[in-house]
Design a protein around this ligand. Sequence first.
Ligand code: BYC
Length: 325
Amino acid sequence: MSEEQIRNLETQFEERIARDEKIEPKDWMPEKYRKTHIRQISQHAHSEVVGMLPEGNWITRAPSLRRKVALLAKVQDEAGHGLYLYSACETLGISRDELYEQLHSGKAKYSSIFNYPTVTWADMGAIGWLVDGAAIINQVPLCNTSFGPYARAMVRVCKEESFHQRQGYEIMIKLMNGTQEQKDMAQDALNRWWWPSLMMLGPTDAESVHTEQSMKWKLKRKSNDDLRQQFIDQTVPQAELIGLVIPDPDLKWNEERGSYDFGEINWDEFWQVVKGHGPMNKERMKARVGAWEGGEWVRDAAMAYSEKQQERKEKQSASLKKEVS
Ligand code: BYC
């Protein structure tokens, strides 16, 4: 293709984005658009799948049958989100095996938030309330993202995230209506998950290398700092309502801005976690790689079965043809 032809295609592409048209997998797209979508969608898929581990840790220890059923359903939803997202990503011309390889080799990132341990039952409340709460704020704008398969996957993901957020907040409400020990457990979980939840929404806009281009392509619809502010403004009243204290001495309502001012985020901690040095990075990868290796016989058996079915079909159609002739 000549340079002029490519320039024309690029112009048409930008015009489609400006008209808010969805870009579909078979449409022409700039290589960088394709690559940055593979990066973000696959990181999102990996986050869902790795994100099953901290909560999976509590399924057998949920305090009642009702809690167990809800937690199981939530973790299963996360597996489903991973599947929609891997499928959306594959439409961009990358295989599932390549995506897994990138995760297992450490080449692809997944959300920093899942590298923290879940040490008490209250952590199930804090994750649902805060982590899924932050995820909703981040993902609702993505329902309107420019790449069709990603936008459509996000619609269902967001509906399910809202159930997750409510089940988490309900655990916190229950604990805050309980004994002093239960209240302390809830406050301790908030103390540990608050700052990592703010970090989860990504580096500051000044440090965010991808935001500018991703906003132009309508892959991202809101900046990291705007989403973080929205999350804080939404969550602080929820904490106050049930008697929890946000662990930030600098948190203060700013009348002029109509938003909360908040304290300094420890960005060194964030980058350490992103680079693989968080409290649980090694365990998380060990669990994922172990699941991949341990599942090899299942994949082999499924392949052998489908080859056998194919052979059977071919034989049947050959004998049918013979009969007809
Ligand atoms: N953790 O330029 P930036 C869930 C990386 S799943 C690790 O701002 P971008 C759930 C970033 O990748 C939630 N790395 O990037 C599941 C980039 O590095 P690379 C997951 C992070 O893409 C189970 C560099 O830092 N949600 O909710 O414009 C149970 C510079 O950042 C993080 C999604 O994935 C991080 N937190 O913006 C419960 C949503 N933040 O790639 C809940 C979709 C940044 O150049 N993703 N980095 O090596 C997004 O919206 C965006 O990708 C982000 C980052 C806002 C996360």
